[in-house]
Design a protein around this ligand. Structure first.
Ligand SMILES: *[C@@H]1O[C@H](CO)[C@@H](O)[C@H](O)[C@H]1NC(C)=O
Ligand SMILES: *[C@@H]1O[C@H](CO)[C@@H](O)[C@H](O)[C@H]1NC(C)=O
Ligand SMILES: *[C@@H]1O[C@H](CO)[C@@H](O)[C@H](O)[C@H]1NC(C)=O
Ligand SMILES: *[C@@H]1O[C@H](CO)[C@@H](O)[C@H](O)[C@H]1NC(C)=O
Ligand SMILES: *[C@@H]1O[C@H](CO)[C@@H](O)[C@H](O)[C@H]1NC(C)=O
Ligand SMILES: *[C@@H]1O[C@H](CO)[C@@H](O)[C@H](O)[C@H]1NC(C)=O
Ligand SMILES: *[C@@H]1O[C@H](CO)[C@@H](O)[C@H](O)[C@H]1NC(C)=O
Length: 601
């Protein structure tokens, strides 16, 4: 008995020593990481060696690295690495050094492209279908996104803490409360349930005559180092029920990052005993059936959360895509050496549904969480996605996304090297968010032509968190109408039936290039006038470039080593804040901080 205890004591000392050596090695490797080549040469070998020692060695070593570098609070280091660390270790044990996947793993932090040609069942029609406006009364559609509801939001808890999300009774809280959380939310906290209820009330009132609503994902709160499958499950169900009870409209939703650990959607090539997100698809399949019907609900179940649904009484098909398999920070996509151009067959599903629509003479709206042009949308899959958009551009009337929390748009082009109003051919409407973490809570209301299904106007409604009455009762009001505000700037005489299409938005980017005042108006509106980030010089150039980049390889968020490893340094502020957003797993923020802080030591 005593011998056994002694043995355990020795073992303990041995493990501590091993860890100390490993921690030093990892710190040295991280300190050496300056570019993609050094990621391969210096970073991957020692962390692969560590992963080979097993999940617990990997997790405990990185917890120490995280704590030594002060990258995050200790409980965050521990909580998040306990959750996401085993996935990273699993990846590292499974891909080969110098292989394609190793490059991809580094590409989550840098940037490269693997060519692939998407196959189509039929060539594009010689005579593309024409959808002509008959000047009929437009119908309305509500767009909600990124609600991020914290069901443990606690009124009176500290709204000024060192975690990424506050307003909760965290176990490690000491001392007095700096700033007590109010009933309806705070810029450092995700949405209280009462704010979500207030949004739904506003949607019911302002959007009472809307034809339907879309919701482009992200339900759970940003306290992701504590996320658990059981709470994600409850959060998804509660939001579905809350919408069903309060909105009074059919809602067409899309899958966001909601699983546990956040963003972790294993592909169908991963052993389900190691990782499986089917519970998310099953939860949403049953939760969404009331709106999308049995057939689409079956697709949600079988097609990894994606579905296609013809809006009753309309010649419009909604294609809702789960964009998580195309996301750089879904670390499950690095667990195999062979690259899969089309994880879980979702691009093929898109093609099949678009072909059905083309054959039936329908128009299509694509909805999803992550816009295809974002820096964190994989370059490869964004390129393949764009091939599909280009093939079916005649029937895709518009696309709708969330994720950035900002009020943004992105444009796709038939000729990416010759971007103009003539080559602009698809428009993506993005956000804004409910969560007050990136500005004032907001939603959009579109006016839509009932014959072309193109957007005639986009109105943003918001509530001002800085208003003295906000904590008593949020007031929702019109912030601006894109048509009223931007059409005069573009200086074209839009007839009532002319849509705000890709050509229109491209012309607006030309205005932004020439007119700094107009650009600043857009920049203020990004966050609905709250928590505005100044954007001048290089930031203006990058922002306009990004508007013209619905294909991520074309965006200007250049992945420099600084952008990835040196947390936030060397980046235009708004790009840095975008990379830093809470929907990225905590793990990326933590790892970039380990490096950033390590360099400063
Ligand atoms: C860091 O880089 C230097 C210079 O290239 C090299 O000598 C050293 O071995 C590297 N250290 C690690 C841990 O990769
Ligand atoms: C928030 O906390 C920081 C650090 O503790 C402190 O400097 C700051 O004054 C606090 N702000 C408020 C509004 O309490
Ligand atoms: C994974 O999905 C692809 C595309 O739908 C399919 O071809 C393949 O058979 C699936 N693999 C497994 C193991 O289910
Ligand atoms: C660019 O596109 C415009 C409009 O389609 C076209 O007139 C022009 O010839 C193109 N230029 C080049 C270099 O392809
Ligand atoms: C956009 O609408 C205008 C009419 O206002 C039309 O001339 C132009 O071709 C359209 N562009 C696209 C990409 O559909
Ligand atoms: C520039 O934009 C502002 C609005 O943002 C507008 O008032 C002004 O007239 C524009 N200037 C020109 C020269 O078009
Ligand atoms: C929000 O309210 C504050 C305080 O009343 C005010 O200064 C600010 O201009 C308002 N923001 C917007 C976008 O209306």
């Amino acid at each position: 008995m005593f011998a056994l205890k002694l043995w355990y004591a020795f073992l303990g000392i041995f493990i501590v020593r091993v860890h100390a050596v490993l921690v030093d090695q990892i710190l040295a490797a991280l300190g050496n990481a300056t570019d993609c080549a050094s990621c391969h040469a210096s970073v991957l070998p020692p962390i692969r060696t560590l992963a080979a020692l097993g999940d617990s060695a990997f997790v405990s070593t990185f917890i120490q690295v995280c704590e030594v570098t002060g990258a995050e609070d200790n409980d965050v280091c521990e909580g998040e690495l306990q959750r996401s660390g085993p996935i990273l270790a699993h990846d590292l044990r499974n891909f080969e050094v110098g292989g394609v996947t190793a490059t991809k793993f580094c590409e989550a932090l840098f940037g490269l492209l693997t060519p692939f040609t998407v196959e189509f069942p039929k060539p594009a029609p010689l005579m593309p279908p024409a959808f002509v406006s008959k000047g009929r009364t437009p119908f309305k559609v509500v767009h909600m996104s990124d609600v991020h509801i914290d069901r443990q939001y606690t009124v009176g808890a500290d709204a000024n803490c060192t975690k990424n999300i506050c307003c909760r009774n965290f176990a490690d809280h000491v001392g007095s409360i700096n700033e007590p959380a109010g009933p309806f939310g705070n810029g450092r906290c995700d949405s209280p349930s009462d704010l979500a209820q207030s949004l739904l009330g506003a949607v019911q009132e302002i959007g009472h005559d809307a034809a339907f609503a879309i919701f482009t994902g992200d339900v759970v709160e940003g306290v992701i180092h504590l996320s658990r499958l059981s709470t994600v499950y409850i959060d998804l169900q509660e939001w579905n029920s809350q919408m069903a009870a309060s909105v009074g409209l059919t809602v067409y939703p899309a899958i966001g990052h909601d699983t546990a650990p956040v963003n972790s959607f294993p592909r169908n090539t991963t052993n389900p005993l190691i990782g499986d997100s089917q519970f998310v698809f099953d939860t949403q399949s049953s939760g969404w059936k009331r709106w999308i019907g049995e057939e689409a609900a079956q697709q949600v179940h079988h097609m990894s959360g994606s579905y296609s649904k013809i809006v009753p009484g309309m010649n419009l098909r909604i294609l809702s895509m789960n964009t998580q398999y195309w996301y750089k920070q879904n670390f499950w996509v690095y667990d195999k050496n062979e690259q899969t151009p089309d994880p879980n067959g979702l691009l093929a599903f898109m093609v099949s549904q678009l072909q059905l629509a083309e054959d039936a003479g329908q128009r299509v709206w694509i909805i999803g969480h992550i816009p295809s042009g974002k820096a964190d949308f994989m370059h490869d899959q964004s390129n393949y996605y764009d091939q599909i958009v280009q093939r079916y551009k005649y029937i895709i009337a518009a696309q709708f996304f969330g994720h950035s929390h900002k009020d943004q748009f992105e444009i796709a082009y038939s000729d990416w090297s010759n971007q103009s109003a003539e080559t602009a051919d698809s428009i993506l409407f993005i956000g804004p968010a409910l969560t007050p973490t990136s500005g004032n809570p907001a939603f959009k209301l579109y006016d839509v032509d009932p014959d072309t299904f193109e957007v005639l106007d986009m109105k943003v409604y918001f509530t001002n968190v800085s208003s003295p009455s906000f904590q008593e009762k949020p007031i929702w009001e019109l912030y601006y109408s894109a048509r009223d505000s931007y059409a005069p700037l573009v200086n074209i005489n839009l007839s009532p039936t002319d849509p705000l299409n890709a050509s229109f938005w491209h012309k607006l980017t030309d205005v932004f290039e020439a007119n700094e005042t107009a650009f600043q108006l857009w920049n203020t509106r990004l966050s609905r006038g709250g928590a505005v980030t100044p954007c001048t010089d290089e930031c203006v150039r990058v922002s306009i470039c990004d508007m013209r980049a619905a294909r991520s390889e074309n965006n200007c968020d250049v992945d420099t080593p600084n952008a990835n490893f040196g947390f936030k340094r060397g980046l235009p502020e708004h790009v840095a804040s975008e990379l830093e957003l809470c929907e990225g797993t905590m793990i990326r923020r933590m790892f970039t901080r380990m490096l950033g802080k390590n360099r400063r030591i």
